[in-house]
Design a protein around this ligand. Structure first.
Ligand code: HEM
Length: 187
């Protein structure tokens, strides 16, 4: 009996070690439990759900800022989307937790929309016009500025890329490849 327990404990440890990615700006081949690709934009995504936490990673070709957004449904264009933007500020990469209150134009920082920064850890690298970004956040932050992510449920995932690091400068139109929407995405 003792042996069985020891084996179970070992297995549990092994699963735990595999389930927690390292948020360091590099995405290892087997680091994440799940992967998906959006071929038109050249975006790759990877994620692991570990307890109450989502570990999310993405590579996206972009000369300027890059963004990803989550929503449980589309109501009016991108209004209500829970957005994350990676860009350079003062020569350092930053990952921002944002909220899209308006149907068009830029999202705002969660902090300016009644929420808070829910990113637990983040790391990003911009090299050869490609962003590699990793961040973690609670699946359900309880804030109106964040969508609750329910693994197994169909969601909307959106992405956008820009030619400039300035967040006041918009992405190219979606019909010209600057932004995309994936429906039926399942974490
Ligand atoms: C996470 C970052 C962002 C994502 C994922 C994103 C995604 C999108 C998507 C999918 C659309 C098309 C919506 C529709 O018509 O159904 C859109 C529209 C638009 N976005 Fe963004 N966006 C982001 C950030 C920004 C920023 C920073 C700006 C401005 C500085 C901006 C300006 C606009 C404008 C003006 C439109 C309406 C015109 C159009 O459809 O191209 N967006 N965005």
């Amino acid at each position: 009996m003792k042996k069985v327990f020891a084996l179970l404990a070992l297995l549990a440890l092994a699963t735990l070690a595999w389930a927690q990615p390292t948020v360091d700006g590099t995405i290892g081949a087997d680091e994440y439990a799940n992967t998906a690709a959006h071929e038109d934009s050249g975006t790759t995504m990877a994620w692991t759900v570990d307890g109450d936490t989502l570990y999310f990673a993405m590579t996206m070709p972009s000369r300027g800022w890059a963004g990803v957004g989550f929503a449980s449904e589309i109501t009016d264009k991108k209004q209500g989307f829970d957005m994350y933007i990676v860009t350079m500020q003062d020569d350092a990469p930053v990952v921002l937790d944002m909220y899209q209150a308006a149907t068009r134009n830029a999202p705002e920082l969660d902090e300016d929309e009644g929420g808070s920064n829910s990113i637990l850890e983040s790391a990003a690298v911009h090299a050869d016009d490609v962003w590699t970004v990793e961040f973690s956040r609670p699946l359900d932050t309880g804030e109106a500025t964040d969508v609750a992510i329910v693994p197994g449920n169909e969601m909307i995932v959106t992405g956008a890329s820009a030619v400039n690091m300035d967040l006041a400068r918009r992405h190219e139109r979606s019909n010209r490849g600057g932004a995309f929407v994936i429906e039926g995405f399942v974490f």
